[in-house]
Design a protein around this ligand. Structure first.
Ligand SMILES: Nc1nc2c(ncn2[C@@H]2O[C@H](COP(=O)(O)OP(=O)(O)OP(=O)(O)O)[C@@H](O)[C@H]2O)c(=O)[nH]1
Ligand SMILES: [Mg+2]
Length: 453
């Protein structure tokens, strides 16, 4: 049995936490194996949200419902939720300092381990809050980083999560008092250098190494992709809110065994499978990491290479959980992330999933007349979906007439490779070609185009 005392952060005379077992600070903050939240037992958690002007109490409750689900997924239990209405966030303590003292009382009464705030805390806020609360003060970002750390399986995923964690920890590093192990050798404290500086330098070196490793992994992957891809296959990516059923849809359509789980952020890698559309064209269909409200920017940056499957797609299938009461706000959150990662302009097909368990889709259908309604579980309407994908991709190409000199044989070969050549007519001076060319390939054939229809 672990004694109760061992579960609480150890404090110094000023009430600062000196325990190294968790918290986003010190050299011993979260690692991929050991997150910000202690999972050697189920921590008791208070979650805290603020209603700002322009927000309704209901919106904040919805966000807290989601935070509670995140905390559960990370392996802890929410035992109390506290909401405060404010004109603005307190720059020092996020909520009012009086309210922080109230939370402290509640924490004592319920033997709470950690207090989690629904927005990212600044390093200063986190420090002040921990001082008053005398226990870890974490934020939504730390919880999401924890879940990512738990779910990362590939070498790339692990490196990406560690990179995001380090970026989160670096500005939050603090001088650890009672630091007993001085250690010797390379990287330890030089003359005049504080322990904090040593810690920071170590993390920066690690950050640098991770960035380099990730660049190499990506370079290797893109070389492999180039070698294996024919070049003409259109790329379609399934994107959407976490738990919308993206992996289920890929699994249903391609009969592949990708991971499907009723968990937030089950998928952290991208999976691509070939899929034959009803017209016969082969596309590359991908599934990738899901999005969420207030997605930590550290993750967006660290997962840039994984997200490239979305940013480089010809078409996005934006999958929404049509059975969720939050589908509208989820759509908005996904749009925000797509814009942030630079995929906001890619043609998108809106698809509502889980219609087998949705109570009614009438309101959504009225609001989104162009959307498709499917079930990735039963397969209902997925035939309509693939037809719409084919249609959307066809809409991205036009029929052109081109004139090529006899000496432009290589251009004809190129046309055969990337376009659909319908007709080649020989004339005295060259060839007149009719071909269906993709909008994205037009720049390289522009000088040969005689007319378009
Ligand atoms: N009833 C019903 N459940 C579904 C449907 N599609 C997916 N699910 C369930 O929803 C949960 C999440 O499915 P996933 O396919 O893992 O969702 P995801 O979008 O890939 O989620 P992340 O990878 O975590 O972002 C699983 O429990 C699925 O079985 C559907 O059409 N109907
Ligand atoms: Mg998934």
């Amino acid at each position: 049995m672990v004694g109760e005392d061992n579960l609480k952060p150890k404090l110094d005379a000023d009430g600062n936490i000196i325990s190294d077992h968790r918290g986003a600070f010190g050299e011993f903050g979260a690692t991929v194996e050991r997150g910000f939240i202690d999972r050697s037992f189920r921590e008791k958690i208070i979650i805290v949200g603020v209603i700002l002007p322009g927000q309704t109490a209901e919106q904040v409750e919805i966000s807290l419902d989601e935070l509670e689900r995140l905390v559960n997924t990370a392996g802890a239990d929410v035992i109390e939720r506290i909401v405060q209405k404010r004109d603005s966030l307190d720059p020092a303590t996020y909520i009012g300092s009086g309210k922080v003292k109230d939370i402290y009382e509640v924490a004592i009464a319920h033997d709470v381990d950690t207090v989690i705030f629904d927005d990212e805390l600044s390093p200063g806020q986190q420090f002040n809050l921990e001082k008053i609360l005398k226990r870890s003060a974490l934020d939504r970002t730390a919880v999401i980083l924890d879940i990512f750390a738990q779910h990362a399986t590939s070498a790339e995923g692990k490196a990406q999560v560690e990179l995001a964690q380090l970026q989160y920890r670096l500005p939050r590093l603090r001088n650890k008092k009672n630091f007993s192990q001085q250690g010797g050798g390379i990287g330890t404290r030089g003359p005049g250098e504080t322990q904090l500086e040593v810690d920071r330098r170590r993390l920066e070196r690690r950050l640098h190494k991770l960035r380099k490793d990730l660049t190499q992994i990506e370079a290797k992957r893109s070389t492999q992709a180039k070698a294996s891809e024919s070049g003409t296959n259109k790329k379609v990516s399934i994107v959407g809110y976490t738990n919308a059923g993206k992996s289920s849809l890929l699994r249903y359509l391609t009969s592949s065994d990708v991971l499907v789980e009723d968990k937030l952020f089950a998928t952290l890698d991208s999976t691509t499978r070939k899929y034959k559309l009803p017209g016969g064209e082969t596309i590359l269909l991908s599934d990738t990491v899901g999005f969420i409200r207030k997605l930590p920017h550290q993750l967006v940056e660290a997962f840039a290479s994984t997200l490239r499957v979305a940013t480089s797609a010809d078409l996005l299938v934006h999958l929404v959980d049509g059975s969720s009461s939050e589908s509208q706000t989820n759509i908005d959150a996904v749009h925000e992330v797509l814009t942030e990662i630079g995929a906001g302009e890619i043609p998108t097909l809106l698809v509502f999933n889980k219609i087998d368990k949705a109570e009614s889709t009438t309101a959504l259908a009225a609001r989104y007349p162009d959307a498709v309604f499917v079930s990735a579980e039963t397969g209902e309407n997925t035939d309509i979906l693939v037809e719409r994908v084919a249609e959307a991709l066809r809409g991205q190409s036009k029929l052109y007439k081109l004139f090529l000199d006899w000496s432009d044989g290589s251009v004809l070969a190129e046309l055969h490779r990337v376009a659909k050549v319908n007709e080649v007519e020989s004339e005295d001076e060259g060839m007149i070609i009719e071909a269906l060319i993709d909008d994205r390939d037009i720049p390289r054939f522009e000088t040969f185009i005689a007319s378009s229809s």
